[in-house]
Design a protein around this ligand. Structure first.
Ligand code: SER
Length: 580
């Protein structure tokens, strides 16, 4: 069975079981700058797990594009991927453990026809705060999973980051039929006999910063089934690189490579797909945050193309081939074809310049050396300052008859990695928890600003992007030229007037059609489900939006535009604050 077929069967099954299909959110979370990328299906749904009403009801199913870059350096082995698709079904205060187990079991054994003997499961083992999950184990047994294949583990607990909605989980494993690595071999073991396929989280708690747990308003179920992995197992393949998503590009790379090596081919195929998906969802290479992740992906890919001795002019053809392979699953790739090609090729060219530049710096540095050993701090400096990859430094050094002291480099590099890992965890954590008074206020202010811009500049001034932190809002909109001082002042005045009027903010649910008819402003249309929420601010603004918002505009304080600048061609950017 191909991946797309599995996705379709999944959505159909859950639809037949009362779930509404919702579209995947973009990889780049909207209105949430604190999170780099969508890393799990739950992320766009956090407000609803916390009790906000979802316009589509209490049972949802989706396929979510996810990107996890913590393990980026592991890509190249036989399993790690940065981009993957997660199939999910959701109960928002609806069904709980019993039904969740029943549906997962039926889907795996009846729809995917996995023999029951191949399935093992794990349940939460219990700790000081929460008892062992015998209830879930009982349901598995009722479906015929024997006791010996039900394992209780302490790790069966799921939370994104350190704070937020969380709960115990039950995981399903597929037995690949490999020999057990020891008599103690179990699903917790990394030997490859058991492969995790599905994780059902029973999300009923909220974990606070101090580590304490409180019960959520409702019990939820969040499940995640990795599409590439299940496809690989059902096709009897050993790695995701052998399934139809990667196979054509792997083959092509093998043909093009003058010096073949499977690890490099996997890295090129994997990073190319992730980069394309990020760009299709609006990401662009840069030196910070998301842009930097994208930059790293493209650079690492380019480096491995070099290693394979593939002519870099082939890159465009590789991108087009990949779009062909993936466009049925992700039509956004075809739609954004030109920009994907442009961004990747430009970034590749920049990187080639970096390499040239780095080589010159390398030569300068070795000219100053006394002996023939290059110490690690030099390698690190080349890496940190010029983005010059240590492997290349090493290759060059060897070519020129030098030895490289890599221990020192490894130490510095680990410290550097630790810093960036902490950075991104911080961001992830912040994003989920950070729905506080300030960000909510900025969210409402964004609606006021959007409308005010349309009044002052005209209806063409529509939202192109939005980004909120606790300190400020940032809003991108289409407009061909710089705003004049007078225009900025008028926009501020209009927003402040609406704040002074203390307008009531109300929310209604309706179909997308009704919303459009009601004159609501809508963004990113293809992202909405059939039913949407429309937020109305007094008689001033009406916009399709997931919320949440303040109840009255009077609480917002004074609105001030701090900066107006160009964001990209035809798009302006405003940064603004609320002063209390
Ligand atoms: N949130 C859980 C996970 O990411 C289940 O979807 O595994």
């Amino acid at each position: 069975m191909k991946a797309l077929e599995i996705r379709n069967k999944y959505l159909k099954y859950f639809k037949e079981h009362g779930h509404k299909v919702i579209p995947s959110s973009p990889l780049i979370p909207e209105n949430d700058p604190s999170v780099l990328f969508t890393t799990a299906g739950m992320q766009p749904l956090v407000p609803y797990l916390l009790g906000e009403k979802h316009p589509e009801g209490t049972r949802l199913t989706d396929y979510q594009k996810c990107l996890r870059t913590v393990d980026i350096d592991e890509v190249g082995d036989n399993r790690h991927l940065t981009f993957f698709e997660m199939l999910g079904n959701w109960s928002l205060g609806d069904y709980f453990k019993k039904e969740s187990v029943a549906m997962s079991f039926e889907f795996l054994t009846k729809i995917l026809e996995i023999p029951i003997e191949k399935i093992s499961v794990t349940c939460f083992a219990g700790n000081d705060l929460i008892p062992r999950d015998d209830e879930t184990a009982k349901y598995w047994m009722e479906h015929g999973i024997p006791k010996e294949r039900i394992y209780f583990l302490e790790d069966n607990w799921w939370i994104a980051g350190e704070e937020g909605p969380c709960g115990t989980d039950t995981e399903m494993f597929y037995d690949t039929g490999k020999k057990p690595c020891s008599d103690k071999c179990n699903p917790d073991c990394d030997c490859g006999k058991y492969v995790e396929i599905w994780n059902n989280v029973f999300m009923e708690y909220f974990k606070h910063k101090d580590g304490s747990l409180t019960k959520l308003k409702q019990h939820n179920v969040d499940t995640g089934l990795g599409l590439e992995r299940i496809t690989m197992l059902l096709q009897g393949k050993e790695t995701p690189f052998e399934i139809e998503i990667f196979e054509p590009i792997m083959e092509k790379l093998s043909k093009l490579a003058k010096k073949d090596n499977i690890v490099s081919r996997r890295i090129v195929a994997e990073h190319l797909r992730s980069s394309m998906m990020i760009i299709a969802d609006g990401g662009r290479p840069s030196n910070i945050d998301r842009g930097y992740v994208l930059r790293r992906l493209i650079r690492r890919m380019t480096r491995h193309m070099n290693k394979l001795q593939i002519d870099l002019n082939e890159l465009q053809k590789l991108i087009l081939l990949n779009i062909d392979v993936l466009k049925e699953m992700y039509p956004e790739l075809e739609k954004n074809k030109d920009i994907i090609v442009k961004e990747i090729i430009e970034e590749k060219d920049k990187f080639m310049k970096t390499l040239e530049h780095g080589e010159k710096e390398f030569d300068k540095m070795i000219n100053k050396l006394d002996g023939n050993v290059i110490n690690g701090s030099i390698v690190f400096k080349l890496y940190e300052t010029y983005g010059f990859p240590p492997e290349i430094t090493k290759d060059l050094a060897v070519e020129k008859g030098y030895k490289v002291e890599l221990d020192e480099f490894d130490k510095l590099f680990k410290e550097h990695q630790e810093k960036s890992r902490l950075g991104s965890e911080q961001k992830f954590k912040g994003g989920l928890a950070e729905q506080n008074e300030q960000t909510i206020a900025y969210h409402t202010a964004t609606h006021l600003l959007h409308k005010a811009l349309q009044i002052v500049l005209g209806e063409h001034a529509i939202q192109k992007g939005s980004n909120i932190t606790t300190e400020r809002l940032r809003f991108d909109f289409s407009h061909p030229e710089k705003l004049t001082k007078e225009q900025i002042k008028r926009v501020e005045d209009i927003v402040n007037e609406q704040i002074k009027r203390d307008l009531k903010v109300t929310c209604e649910e309706m179909t997308l059609e009704e919303a459009k008819k009601s004159g609501a402003m809508g963004l990113f249309e293809n992202k909405y489900g059939e039913k949407v929420k429309v937020y109305t601010i007094g008689d001033f603004s009406k916009e399709i939006c997931g919320g949440p918002h303040v109840e009255h505009t009077g609480v917002l304080g004074t609105f001030k535009i701090k900066k107006e600048e160009s964001s990209s061609a035809g798009v302006r950017r405003i940064k603004a604050v609320l002063i209390k």
